[in-house]
Design a protein around this ligand. Sequence first.
Ligand code: IMP
Ligand code: MG
Length: 182
Amino acid sequence: MERLFGKPIVTQEQMRTRIRELGRQISADYAGKDLVLIGVLKGAYAFYADLARAIRIPMRVDFLVVTTEKTKDGTPGRVKLISDLTETITGKDVLLVEDIVDSGLTARRLLTVLAKKKPRSINICALLSKQDNRVVNVPVAYVGFTVPDRYIVGYGLDYQQKYRNLPYLAALDEEDLTKKRK
Ligand code: IMP
Ligand code: MG
């Protein structure tokens, strides 16, 4: 598999360094607060596991499972909530951990869902942001890397549900997108 994606756009070393920085920053910002780290599955699973272990203050973990139905022309479709949180977040400080914020539609939908549960505060931490692709404006408090508008796989991110286990981030070319169907 690694031979298929020879040129990482973010290496494992760069990822480790950046996640350490994010962990330090979040630990300082949330010191003394009641932090609940909410992972958005499946895409955030790898980032979440590493980020959680880089945070050095007491916190809770919880997860949402969502799917973003993309339409045939590639534009984002409906965001479907498959599985909700297991515990209450009322009065707590929520940090939503996403793989990538692209159009912003998924993040905005999740903020709406979570706001109804009346947390004390809510912020987003995204491994990646495609800043130029925003359709809706959502505040992303913590961004791992800002990336250009290319299709990215690995480290949790998929193409047709595959390549999530690639240990670094790689960009697929147009050619890959038509060729790699296996
Ligand atoms: P948004 O709603 O357009 O912000 O899209 C968010 C979701 O689209 C992410 O959680 C991903 O599942 C998916 N997505 C967007 N861009 C990429 C990409 O480059 N690679 C893999 N998945 C992506
Ligand atoms: Mg996806």
